[in-house]
Design a protein around this ligand. Sequence first.
Ligand code: HAM
Length: 426
Amino acid sequence: MQLKAPRGTYDILPPDSSKWQYIEGILKETAETFGYREIRTPIFEHTELFERGVGSSTDIVTKEMYTFKDKSLRSLTLRPENTASCVRALIEHSIYSGIMPAKWYYIGPMFRYDRPQTGRYRQFHQFGVEAFGSNSPYLDAEVIILLIEVLKRLGLKEYELHINSVGCMQCRDVYRQKLIEHITPVKDKLCPDCQTRYQQNPLRVLDCKEKSCHQAIVNYPTLSQHLCDDCASHYDVVKKGLKANSIDYRHDDNLVRGLDYYTNTAFEIHIPGIGAQSAVGGGGRYNGLVEDCGGPDLPGIGFAMGIERLLLAVDTLAKELDSGKSDVFITIMNDDYELQALELLTRLRQENIRAEKDYMGRSGRAQMKYADKLGARMVIIIGDDEIQQGYFTLRDMQSKEQVQIDKEEIIESVRDRLAKFRGGNG
Ligand code: HAM
């Protein structure tokens, strides 16, 4: 049997890995600019963390977790998301007793057992941020502004930001009851999933993917009509914050998110044209989660973006990246000069110049062709004349012009020429 990567997983090979590095660079730089610092948590955690954190009635916990027993028969789970892990780390290291807010970002793999399709994988990657310790609605606005800034820096102009407020525990309880009362008479028309979950979690019916559920509950009471005064004014300030920063949004009564921990602000960002899985990111406030996980009563807010979906959106842009190219290639006209080539290669690389040579015993002509394939801007030729007279021949691969450079000045000369290239080509 030929071994293959498990269904829903894939390899990231060069040159695609350059696109990943490019996107990850922008994500990290943007988060750092906004004052968020990196956190790295384990890939697996105790299963209980996600059951308590994400919610035992959610699709993630009931259907999608990769759970296994280790050799000591402990139940462990590959993290399906990272908010619960961040909360666990915050409590475990008593971060809450330090300076608040604590602002973190992360990039890494997550695991969910779902039916794979374009934009949906079993191992996928998220970039996310979490901010703990403040209930300021201006912080909600900051988090959304950061999300939009990421899209701008990636050159993505076409997006739709949906926002809603799912209220606090108090106003939501009242609302849940009203919604159950509205749904109960039409419960037989719901999809099987919603029929079983509407009593425990009626809000999930609102964001169900099945059309029949939406048709069944038409004219349902909305959460925004039932917010308490505090929640309503919190939501108003968030919207004002977005407006003041010229961020367009759409209030969406159906947006309740698929994880149980949200309170107040909830949001999702969609990019049309990348297929059925158009949600590139989502998040919101989760003011009860730290306490639910055994910590103090500490508010939190954050979001996560799917990097695969971002890549689908920036694909045409990232195709133009040439970060896999070499700056300089060293061609030797004779096997005897292998050592000189290797030594010069090392000196160039120590100067951070992307340098390459041949390792396949190619002829001089074949080496030049290979240099062209690698996209080298310059080739340094080492032949008999060069070695005898103490110079290198430097060939500009675009103009085909060749010059002789003193052996001692080669690094400087290459560096100057590269600086000119970069200055001229951006
Ligand atoms: P989420 O909506 O479950 O939220 O996931 C966030 C993003 O991860 C989605 O919008 C999507 O882009 C990506 N994603 C989710 N599942 C998959 C998949 N199977 N394949 C590819 N991409 C996927 C959370 O995970 C929350 N922890 C976000 C959050 C942080 N809320 C507050 N803080």
